[in-house]
Design a protein around this ligand. Structure first.
Ligand SMILES: Cc1cc2nc3c(=O)[nH]c(=O)nc-3n(C[C@H](O)[C@H](O)[C@H](O)COP(=O)(O)OP(=O)(O)OC[C@H]3O[C@@H](n4cnc5c(N)ncnc54)[C@H](O)[C@@H]3O)c2cc1C
Length: 403
């Protein structure tokens, strides 16, 4: 019996039914449709996995759960996901940043593949079948109470009920003796009210180095200015690695941005000095240092306290110093967060030490297995969260079939 008709639940059910054709495998989904997160994932395109084909390297993309995933990834990693879908007629393509999508650019292709494969393998699929309670039988096996009053029994149970955004979502696991690491969001964008920054909404800069010194966090990558603050891969990675610390700050903390991380401060200083000598008559605001967009440069110059009509010839040494500091260490006060529309996950969930990662079986309750985001595992953005769901689902399905 698989509770949860999402990515992990489907992968486990298909794997189990394939490995043990005589077994009766059922997916119980409380909602009105299966795979609803797959449908909205990756902006409707479903970022299925990431072109990172080394198990150890893959684990480095998980702020929580990476170490536990090493052995599972040695059994089923991103290249296995690619091969799995290919064998079922779905070709994946890789984008420049490593994210992998179906060539159709449609999440529906992934849904159709999983639905068709599950049905062909004889998996029973039930919608509007929310599991409210689970009881362990003294002689082994489980009794499930559904929201419609029905009672079902099974000898193997997989909980794949997804992220515990509210602790209540993990209650089935808790009722069977498990501990939940407190849920907090991961993969979010930062609210920053600074007017000059907001006036730049739509600009993206790559690469920048964004850091949160109070949490010892630092990430390099693309940065996107939004109408409410900052987003983009560098920010999303900070939010993932700092999910607990930033929650602890109530999402109010100073952010520092180095807009030219590939240049040392002395090199920038020398570049500005040479402008004073080679183009003394030009306005500072009109002569950006590459690769900064001209609108951003203008705002950084003004934020450094340099007047709009200042020419290079009249730029004082102290103003030049201020400008270098602004370029390498713009300080921006973060005042809150928004969920990232493309992908968000929950940090927290079933404590990893309570699960055997060879079989995904509970170390507390024999016959009970876990897969997917219900576990205290979360990856950075880029297809890693689905990869964790495929891998843990596959392992759980194999182990349930083997018993
Ligand atoms: C907007 C958005 C976009 C995303 N895009 C990507 C992406 O492109 N790439 C990526 O790697 N990750 C992405 N993610 C993250 C990814 O979707 C999740 O990590 C993944 O879906 C987890 O799979 P799961 O099967 O564990 O949980 P889910 O997909 O959440 O499935 C769990 C299912 O269990 C059901 N359920 C819960 N409780 C019960 C119960 N008591 N009884 C019966 N059923 C129950 C739920 O209704 C749900 O259908 C995205 C997330 C969001 C929110």
């Amino acid at each position: 019996m698989v509770v949860g008709g999402g990515a992990a639940g489907f992968f486990a059910a298909i794997t189990c039914a394939g490995a043990a054709p005589a077994a009766e495998v059922t997916v119980l989904e409380r909602g009105p449709q299966f795979l609803s997160k797959v449908r909205i994932s990756g902006g409707g395109r479903c970022n299925v996995t990431h072109a990172c084909f080394d198990a150890r390297e893959l684990t480095a993309r998980f702020p929580r759960g990476g170490r536990a995933l090493l052995a599972p990834f040695k059994n089923f990693q991103a290249s296995d996901t690619v091969a799995w879908f290919k064998a079922r007629g779905v070709k994946l393509k890789t984008e420049d940043d490593g994210r992998m999508f179906p060539v159709s650019d449609s999440a529906q292709t992934i849904i159709d593949c999983l639905m068709h494969t599950a049905k062909a393998a004889g998996v029973k699929l039930r919608l509007s079948a929310g599991v409210e309670r689970v009881a362990e039988h003294a002689k082994g096996g489980f009794e499930l109470s559904l929201s419609n009053g029905e009672t079902l029994t099974c000898d193997r149970l997989l909980l794949a009920t997804g992220g515990c955004r509210a602790a209540a979502a993990g209650q089935l696991a808790v009722s069977l003796g498990h501990t939940l690491e407190a849920p907090v969001p991961s993969l979010f964008t930062f609210h920053i009210a600074t007017p000059w920054l907001r006036s730049l909404a739509g600009i993206s800069v790559e690469p920048v180095e964004a850091s949160v010194p109070t949490a010892k966090l630092r990430e390099r990558g693309a940065l996107l200015v939004t109408h409410w603050g900052l987003s983009g891969p560098a920010i999303l990675r900070l939010s993932a690695w700092g999910a607990r610390a930033l929650h602890g700050f109530n999402y109010q903390f100073p952010l520092q941005v180095n807009w030219l991380p590939h240049l040392r401060a002395e090199v920038i200083g020398a570049e500005l000095k040479s402008r004073r000598e080679t183009q003394p008559a030009r306005l500072v605001v009109n002569t950006p240092v590459a690769p900064l967009p001209s609108r951003l440069w203008e705002q950084l110059v003004l934020a450094a306290g340099i007047a709009h009509d200042t020419r290079w010839a009249t730029l004082s040494r102290s103003a030049q110093h201020q400008l270098v500091q602004q370029l390498i260490r713009t300080e921006l006060p973060v005042t809150g967060k928004s969920l990232n529309k493309e992908e968000f996950v929950t940090c927290g969930g079933v404590r990893l030490g309570e699960v055997n990662f060879k079989t995904m079986e509970s170390r507390i309750c024999p016959g009970l297995h876990f897969a997917g985001e219900l576990l205290d595992i979360d990856g950075i953005t880029g297809g890693f969260n689905f990869q964790a769901a495929w891998t843990t689902g596959w392992l759980a399905g194999k182990a349930m079939a083997a018993k």
